[in-house]
Design a protein around this ligand. Structure first.
Ligand SMILES: O=C(COP(=O)(O)O)[C@@H](O)[C@H](O)[C@H](O)[C@H](O)COP(=O)(O)O
Ligand SMILES: [Mn+2]
Ligand SMILES: [Mn+2]
Length: 345
């Protein structure tokens, strides 16, 4: 799988990022999202694969493209019978977030990316549009920190694993009222908090790379983004745990339905009978082969954003493979027409 589509998925995230970046700073989050979706889908449908979207543009808003269950790949083309032989093609599941951080793009802020994760059929947890409590940390702390422990305990463990004082730790937390107590606890324990308005995928993955000055992600974000983060962390050997949040009182507002009972029923109907289960990265992205690709839309901790120049653009992407055990940073110049010069920096 890696060899067949590894290179193509770079182009998928690149095309989504370029499309979205044209709307950077224009205050129109829906358009920034929509164009990324269209570009991602268009490029994806040129790939010789039998893909199925397992995490996509939302089951609730009945999005017309990249919706959960949508078939993608070359066989969806109008002339499919000429170009595709389903028997010859690998069946894969795909989790996408064509514009992760739509607000960040719309308001010209750092940390947005076009992102996807791929595995063989059944290899990715089809997370509902619920919230998820998340804990991400570097590989050295894997299976030492635990989402069931308090932030204070985890910071102590993290500091032992990293051989650094708690005061040196930086924890990313989404800036939301639901995290008031968590933020106070982290600060009281002595660590420093980096608050982000959006984009917890970037924050989770950054924990796996030394030098990002991000040592942990704590708190509640969206479950689909949790699975995408887990796919990357699984390949990188980093620590990731997630626990679904089904009680609206814990978040106040947002993605999930109005009652705890209704949400529990919905989870049961999806075959999730233990709603409090803690999932680790290997369970959220359990496939034998997992591939992750992201391309910066606006600049971030891991990647540059899209930089346009006359007749072209330059992008930076990150492709991570469990098969080849690689994390590749890919720097690409895109020539739209006949650029007068190619921008090196
Ligand atoms: O920031 C995020 C928004 O993603 P997107 O809609 O694709 O631009 C994600 O990184 C978060 O994980 C998550 O979606 C968010 O925490 C849930 O929303 P909120 O209720 O505002 O916290
Ligand atoms: Mn997102
Ligand atoms: Mn999105």
């Amino acid at each position: 799988m890696d060899n067949v589509i590894g290179l193509e998925i770079i182009e998928v995230v690149e095309q989504a990022a370029i499309a979205s970046a044209r709307w950077m700073g224009k205050g129109e989050k829906n358009t920034a999202d929509q164009v990324a979706v269209e570009a991602m889908r268009k490029r994806m449908n040129q790939i010789h694969m039998r893909g199925r979207i397992v995490i996509g543009e939302g089951e609730r808003d009945e999005a017309p493209m990249l919706y959960i269950g949508e078939e993608v790949g070359i066989c969806t083309q109008e002339n499919a019978s000429n170009v595709c032989d389903p028997e010859q093609l690998v069946e894969i599941d795909i989790a996408v977030d064509p514009c992760e951080g739509t607000n960040l793009v719309a308001y010209g802020q750092n940390g947005s990316m076009a992102v996807l994760a791929i595995s063989e059929k059944g290899g990715l947890f089809a997370a509902p549009d619920f919230y998820m409590k998340k804990l991400a940390a570097p590989a050295v702390a894997k299976n030492h920190v635990d989402i069931r422990k308090s932030a204070t305990e985890n910071l102590k463990i993290l500091s032992d694993c990293l051989n650094r004082s708690v005061e040196e730790m930086v924890v990313v937390v989404m800036d939301r009222p639901r995290h008031k107590d968590l933020i106070n606890e982290i600060r009281s324990a002595g660590a420093r908090v980096r608050l982000i308005s959006d984009g917890d995928v970037s924050a989770a993955i950054s924990c796996a790379f030394a030098g990002t000055n991000i040592h942990a992600l704590m708190g509640i974000g969206a479950a689909p983004e949790g699975v995408i983060s887990a796919a990357a962390m699984r390949c990188l050997g980093g620590h990731f745990q997630g626990q679904l949040i089904y009680d609206p009182e814990q978040v106040g507002t947002g993605l999930i339905g109005e009652s705890k009972e209704g949400n529990l029923e919905r989870l049961r109907s999806m075959g999730i009978n233990d709603p409090d289960r803690v999932y680790n990265a290997e369970e959220l992205a359990s496939g034998e082969t997992v591939l992750f690709a992201a391309c910066g839309i606006t600049p971030g901790t891991l990647m540059e954003g899209v930089r346009f120049f006359h007749g072209g653009a330059r992008t930076q992407s990150l492709v991570i493979s469990s098969q080849s055990k690689t994390a590749r940073f890919v720097d690409t110049i895109h020539m739209f027409d006949n650029p007068k010069s190619l921008q090196l920096h």
